[in-house]
Design a protein around this ligand. Structure first.
Ligand SMILES: [Zn+2]
Length: 376
């Protein structure tokens, strides 16, 4: 139903502030940091302050233009313009929609639901209610391979956001040298399996989710068949034996059914953001490797001095990378457009700049070149 329908109760988006400058109305859209200006008269000003979702168009007309025969039509015209400019919300009473999730969940996720509502209102989702996006997260299963410096932050963010089932996979045990950056662990966890300690912490963070620990050293794609089964998304944040080796195994295990995000690294002052592999929609891992292989070496090269086991890292920086990967996972699970597919991005923390380059699908790629039926 259109917001401009006279039976509806139009409401301005919560992220929109309205200011009057003489005969001009300024709509400040906080979410997009844009300003929209419209010439107006006193009638329009009166209408705008009544757009709070509690009144029908006829009721607004009666208040703003008492006695005028065409008041409803004039209000509907204002509402139609605001709707066209995406300044109105798709729901008149968001809190009522949120409570459909249950009172406890509505309270727990309140601020996130308001953010999701704005995603819907601005048109990023085909849904009209932010509660629908929350419901999608609650019904989703995420697998995180490796819950160290990157994966721990990913898991924490997904748990807080309400991803319903989170499976964490790691073979390692918590060490003292992990604690400054691996956000899930405390001193009391030292010596415990990381997967167990992580799952326990996630349950504490959000009582509305399930967290499952899988203690596993990944040695090939076959090891992951059971781990990724039933997943809606897999985030690779494991780096042993090498980030690219384990990423290749994760991708092989996920293809062609499960979207996966490659957290291939943070060390020193560079973090890699993604990439996202969405079967049927983006370039595959083989295409990504073909594009980036020359960054790291060529066939026939001999490594004289290799990467050290203990690379420099900091919690603030691993958190930045991990949380960007989590944001990407939330977008995909909520049905919002992914941001990190078909590109290779690295953030340089010193100038605080993100450098991206396109990763095209290779013509005739044996993996992603043959698009699946129904693929976008
Ligand atoms: Zn490909």
């Amino acid at each position: 139903m259109s917001v401009a329908d006279t039976a509806s109760r139009p409401r301005l988006r919560d992220s929109v502030i309205v200011q009057a400058d003489g005969g001009t109305l300024l709509f400040l859209c906080l979410a997009e940091r844009t300003v929209k200006r419209f010439a107006c008269d006193e009638f329009v000003k009166d209408v705008v302050v009544l757009l709070d979702g509690t009144r029908t168009i006829d009721e607004i007309g009666a208040l703003a233009c008492a006695g005028a025969a065409d008041a409803g039509r004039r209000v509907a015209e204002v509402v139609r313009i605001l709707e066209h400019e995406r300044l109105l919300s798709g729901v008149a009473a968001p809190e009522r929609e949120f409570r459909l999730l249950g009172v406890a969940r509505a309270e727990f996720y309140d601020r996130q639901l308001r953010l999701f509502q704005d995603f819907c209102d601005v048109g990023w989702s085909p849904e009209t209610s932010g509660a629908a996006l929350q419901r999608r997260l609650g019904e989703a299963t995420a697998v995180i391979c490796g819950v160290g410096g990157l994966g721990g932050w990913v898991a924490l963010a997904l748990a807080g956001a309400g991803v319903g089932r989170i499976r964490v996979c790691d073979f390692d045990r918590v060490e003292v040298s992990n604690l400054h950056r691996q956000v899930l662990f405390r001193m009391a966890d030292v010596g415990a399996p990381k997967a167990d300690a992580a799952a326990a912490r996630l349950r504490e963070v959000n009582p509305f989710i399930e967290a499952e620990a899988v203690e596993l050293r990944i040695g090939g794609a076959a090891d992951l068949a059971g781990v990724v089964k039933g997943a809606d998304i897999v985030i690779n944040a494991a780096d042993l034996p090498t980030p690219n080796d384990v990423a290749g195994w994760v991708s092989e295990a996920c293809w062609p059914d499960i979207p996966h995000i490659m957290g291939t690294g943070y060390a020193y002052h560079i973090g890699v953001l993604g990439t996202s592999i969405i079967p049927g929609r983006t370039a595959c891992w083989s295409c990504v490797r073909a594009e980036t292989f020359a960054d790291h070496g060529r066939d026939g090269m001999e490594t004289l001095v290799g990467k050290r086991d203990q690379a420099g890292a900091m919690g603030a920086l691993s958190g930045l990378v991990g949380n960007i990967l989590a944001w990407e996972a939330i977008r995909i699970l909520a049905g919002l457009p992914a941001a990190l597919g078909d590109r290779w991005s690295e953030v340089d923390f010193w100038p605080l700049e993100i450098h991206s380059r396109a990763v095209p699908q290779r013509p005739g790629c044996p993996t992603c070149g043959a698009r699946r039926p129904g693929g976008a």
